[in-house]
Design a protein around this ligand. Sequence first.
Ligand SMILES: C[S@@+](CC[C@H](N)C(=O)[O-])C[C@H]1O[C@@H](n2cnc3c(N)ncnc32)[C@H](O)[C@@H]1O
Length: 262
Amino acid sequence: MDNKTIDGYMMVGSDEIREQDRLDLQHQVWLLTLQGSLFSVPLPDDDRPILDIGCGTGTWASAMARKFPYKDIIAFDLTPPSASGLSNLSFLKANAEDTWRFEKSFGFIHGRMLTSGIHDWPRLLHQCFENLKPGGWLELLDICHPFNTISNIKEESSEFLRWGHVAERCWFHNGLDYRATNKHTARLEALGFVDIQETEHQWPLGPWADSDIDEQIGILTLRNFVTFLRMAGKDIITKDSILSDQEAQNLVNTALEEQRMA
Ligand SMILES: C[S@@+](CC[C@H](N)C(=O)[O-])C[C@H]1O[C@@H](n2cnc3c(N)ncnc32)[C@H](O)[C@@H]1O
């Protein structure tokens, strides 16, 4: 891959430690969502390595490396963790949007929560396709926008939903499509991927759900979103002056207040 300086990823807040904690918390939400599994595709029974795109803190890749010590795992990010300490896991610094130059094809490529960092999804998916042949698997996990509510709450009556819409407009100005997740299936089909499966999971916000698992997911998701809003909520919506500083701060404050009531 080419090594360039990137300024596309707009989610990381000023406090790196807190962003790492938030990503680890989000990892727990995904584990609960997938009922304890790290992935849901069939893991190919061959010696090809596994690739993790935009690995963040490396929590997923490290868990995979420990669980499958006979598999080599390559995990890359614009800001990768330092050395993994595991002989079968390498972290690389790379931009997913650059041309990939891997020596071998992969048996499995994983990409989780990448929407705020990818400007050209068709190209990224094409690179996945080319690097999985023959017979590899791709698993993408991400948030769907706009946020849904089970009681069909409208944007006008939720500051959090309004924040989501303003954020989406700002991301759009910066070449990012916050509805990309909903387009993956059609794009994968167009590229020639087969056995495509789309699964929708619902994350409650707050501890109101009936089942124990959903209650836990709701508690962690609320903490995740509150941390995210506090850290990056204002910066995202003041980019390109869509809102003034004060308007943005007011929107974040009222959205946070709404979350506190969840
Ligand atoms: C929301 S975090 C998710 C991290 C990890 N996938 C997880 O699920 O825990 C998004 C990560 O993608 C990385 N990222 C964003 N755009 C990227 C790009 N173009 N190339 C490589 N990494 C990127 C960010 O640096 C960040 O660590």
